[in-house]
Design a protein around this ligand. Structure first.
Ligand code: URA
Length: 205
């Protein structure tokens, strides 16, 4: 029913968050997803990375950033000297929004209503993990983390004050880096992404 546990008390552990996401009916995305994908990482991480939503592979694995975008993220984190295992990696939206094209499941960008409904879970992760710095990867994550549109080109390389002494940082989404058509522009954007991850890591130190 509509008053099942997901609408009850805010979760206080990451296990409760994971169970709550699995039972979540706050929006309709659960219907076509394999499973919910909660955040992953140490409960006391100093740095939280927030993506948009799980992709095809994440939906199947139940883990964030394990597909192609995860490959770019892993490479960039290594280049920035940031151990992924010391970060908490999550998404603004916890179920995979997609449309069927033949057998392929094509990514669809979540809407403001889905982002807003799912902020309940991101906020719970924020309260439990209490990171010093939160990095929003791309525009959807930035909308969720900052509560308003936050243009990346204008705000990257800045510490944005969030409640409870938390600093926010915005940078590109790794999937965007895969799509930049021009090779030179792509390399530049990737280099900026690595710089932004370094910036965030030092801010969190
Ligand atoms: N893209 C995201 O934003 N998050 C994931 O977990 C995977 C791809």
């Amino acid at each position: 029913s509509r008053d099942a546990p997901y609408d009850g008390q805010a979760p206080t552990t990451l296990e409760e968050v994971a169970a709550g996401i699995e039972a979540c009916r706050r929006c309709e995305l659960w219907r076509d997803a394999t499973q919910g994908v909660p955040g992953e990482g140490p409960g006391k991480a100093r740095l939280m990375l927030v993506g948009e939503q799980p992709g095809d592979q994440e939906d199947l694995a139940g883990q964030p950033f394990v597909g192609p975008a995860g490959g770019v993220l892993d490479k960039a984190l290594a280049a920035a000297g940031v151990p992924r295992a010391e970060t908490f990696v999550t998404n603004a939206v916890k179920h995979f929004k997609h449309e069927l094209r033949g057998k392929r499941r094509l990514h669809k960008t979540p809407g403001a209503g889905e982002v807003s409904a799912c902020r309940w879970w991101l906020d719970a992760e924020r309260r439990i993990v209490r990171p010093r710095v939160i990095v929003a990867l791309g525009a959807t994550a930035a909308l969720s983390v900052f509560g308003k549109a936050t243009p990346i080109g204008k705000f990257r390389q800045q510490a944005i004050q969030l409640p409870d002494q938390v600093q926010g940082v915005v940078t590109y989404h790794p999937s965007y880096l895969l799509r930049v058509p021009d090779a030179e522009a792509k390399a530049k954007a990737y280099a900026m992404f690595v710089e932004d991850l370094k910036f965030a890591w030092h801010l969190a130190a």
